[in-house]
Design a protein around this ligand. Structure first.
Ligand code: GLY
Length: 418
């Protein structure tokens, strides 16, 4: 089976590994990919993900069985529609449905229409409007820029002054560009968070093991927000909570999506806040989470290539899981998330052996002058797999210890703090 994956980070490398493990005859190309994936997949690292005409040419030349779109940007930019219109099998929702992630306001209106539990909100476009509506909310105040902002668009503010400063930054100083032309001012949702992902063909869905991410840079949820510093799965939840998520969130989501004519063949990743047994949706994502994917895919037993090929044609089959646990510890470059240091020499990477219980995921890594160097904020993901959660975490940490660079940073409480 010949497969093209679009993307270049840890999520895409996790797909390469899972496809190699479960789909015996797979030949995988990743566009553009990264140097750390090149042992397993053909990559095009001198190209940019936004080069749609090159993607088109690759597809025409290679006649892939299907194309899997990893990140949100090409989905929001309509690449899935474009490739589908050219006759290719694609896993990824239409540009219309990608607005669930690409526009916070679209997602809020979708949830209100489908009566899905989520925090109340108002649409704001100026600092004055924020001042006008603040009395409807209690601290901490939440302001979410409408568009894609690479994880930098959510502001949680303890005081009105902090909120007004955030509004001034996005609306007047335009720190987020067009992503901040409007925003959702919403009520803070207390509770604890889980990542619920499912594949869908727009009608039916197949749930993936629930994962938990740790978004802050430092232990015990301290420090700035990041794209995610580490995950583990499967998280077991009560039957009542599971039932509430399915009945109150997923089924109305599917009912609303199936009413439209736009194609949804891909993934929905819900950020859900839980209070007691009640879910409240924080956000929709229209792609797999990173690093959730790194902890979820090792739990899949089925032939993932066959599953995704079916999905690309609109067919959803059963997904068999093993009984393992997996954990991914993200190894970051100093300065992440604001200004990660690139070009630091990575020691130990070539010596890391891959086993059934440990593997390394390449995210922001580059080969230069016969050396591995850091090339992004989240550089590597150390993944541990085992029959218990504790052993999966132990395996991830013992792998993490095998590589080094100056100022390497990782959390030491993945899976053990909330
Ligand atoms: N780990 C969070 C995300 O992928 O959005």
């Amino acid at each position: 089976m010949k497969i093209l994956i679009l993307g270049q980070g840890g999520r895409e490398h996790a797909f390469v590994k899972a496809l190699k493990r479960t789909t015996a005859d797979s030949e995988i190309h990743v566009f553009p990919g990264n140097d750390g994936m090149k042992k397993e997949a053909l990559c095009f690292t001198d190209k940019s993900l936004s080069d749609t005409s090159f993607i088109e040419k690759l597809c025409a030349d290679n006649r892939y069985d299907f194309i899997f779109i990893g990140p949100e940007d090409p989905l929001v930019n309509g690449v899935s529609d474009h490739l589908r219109n050219l006759g290719f099998n694609v896993v990824g929702p239409s540009q219309h449905w990608a607005q669930l992630e690409g526009s916070k306001v679209f997602a809020k209106e979708f949830m209100i229409k489908a009566k899905i539990p989520t925090a109340k909100y108002v649409l704001v476009e100026t600092v004055d409007q924020v001042k006008q509506h603040i009395q409807q909310f209690t601290a901490p105040y939440v302001l979410k820029a409408d568009g894609l902002a690479a994880g930098k668009g959510v502001f949680i503010c303890d005081t009105p002054d902090e909120l007004f400063a955030a509004a001034e930054n996005i609306f007047e100083k335009k720190t987020l560009g067009s992503a901040g032309s409007k925003a959702a001012l919403e009520q803070f949702t207390p509770g604890w968070e889980l990542s619920y992902l499912f594949f869908t063909n727009g009608k039916d869905y197949v749930s993936l093991p629930i994962a938990q991410d740790h978004m802050r840079l430092y232990n015990n949820q301290k420090g700035p927000n990041t794209g995610g510093m580490g995950t583990w799965a499967p998280l077991e939840i009560s039957n009542e909570l599971d039932n509430n998520i399915r009945k109150k969130v997923i089924e109305p989501t599917m009912a609303e999506i199936s009413k439209g004519n736009s194609v949804y063949r891909g993934v929905i990743f819900l950020g859900i806040m839980v209070n007691g047994n009640d879910p409240s949706v924080l956000e929709y994502n229209v792609r797999m989470g990173d690093p959730e994917t790194q902890s979820i895919l090792p739990l899949i037993e089925s032939n993932l290539g066959e599953f995704l090929l079916g999905l690309s044609k609109g067919n959803l089959s059963e997904l068999k899981l093993n009984r393992n646990f997996a954990s991914c510890v993200v190894l970051a470059s100093p300065g992440y998330p604001d200004s990660p240091k690139k070009g630091l020499t990575i020691e130990g990477y070539d010596l890391v052996a891959e086993t059934a219980s440990q593997h390394m995921i390449a995210s922001g890594i580059k080969r230069e002058n016969n050396q591995w160097i850091t090339h992004g904020g989240r550089v590597l993901g150390a993944v541990g797999v085992a029959t218990s959660k504790a052993d999966a975490i132990k395996n991830a940490y013992s792998l993490a210890e095998k590589v080094k660079w100056s100022g390497i940073h990782f959390r030491t409480d993945i899976g053990t703090s909330n």
